[in-house]
Design a protein around this ligand. Structure first.
Ligand SMILES: [Zn+2]
Length: 193
């Protein structure tokens, strides 16, 4: 009986001018941070597994992958490239980025149909997988030729296999970096409602 008298206007006094509640905002930030952390761990492993999978497909059925190893510390591929053709070696070089790119673009397609809650997870996840190719380009720009380890600096190793000069490979890597950034910037504008 007393309840009716003591709950008058509480529901009508909600302040909507301050945006989402701090708790909701904190949950959103936490979701993004956790997604980026888990996504980075997954993307790093998947990139290295991509190299190993392609090496396996290229003929080395003993190709393997190790999560913790020396001297790299994290993510090592073990395979024998001695019997492989140049195209197969190139495929091994690019296998890591190929897999992360397939995942990034698949997630872009999934995101288009996803609701707002899923986008909160999908957007940072796409960024984590998409940034892999950019990092590989940047790493290649700053690594001088030659590089004979196929999975250490992927694109420098690819340029070595293709017998590119230092200056030509630099032009390709810088152009590739700018083109890739342009694609994502354009995609970013389009994804806005
Ligand atoms: Zn790699």
């Amino acid at each position: 009986m007393a309840d009716n008298a003591e709950t008058p206007n509480i529901r009508h006094t909600t302040d909507r001018s301050s945006g989402p509640a701090p708790a909701a905002r904190a949950l959103r930030v936490a979701t993004i941070i956790v997604t980026v952390a888990v996504g980075m761990f997954a993307a790093l492993n998947i990139h290295e597994l991509g190299h190993t999978a392609v090496a396996w497909l290229a003929g080395d059925h003993h190709a393997s992958y190790e999560l913790r190893c020396a001297p790299a510390g994290f993510g090592c591929n073990h395979f024998d490239a001695s019997g492989m053709s140049v195209p197969s070696k190139l495929a091994v070089c690019c296998g890591g980025c190929l897999v992360t790119q397939i995942i990034a673009w698949s997630l872009v397609l999934v995101r288009r149909r996803a609701g707002r809650r899923w986008r909160l997870v999908l957007t940072p996840l796409i960024a984590v997988f998409a940034v892999d190719l950019l990092l590989q380009f940047l790493q290649a720009i700053f690594t001088p030729l030659p590089e004979y380890d196929l999975t250490k600096v992927d694109f420098t190793a690819a340029a070595t296999l293709l017998d590119w000069s230092q200056s030509f490979s630099l032009v390709v890597f810088v152009t590739g970096t700018l083109a890739y950034i342009a694609v994502w910037v354009r995609l970013g504008y389009r994804s806005r409602p």
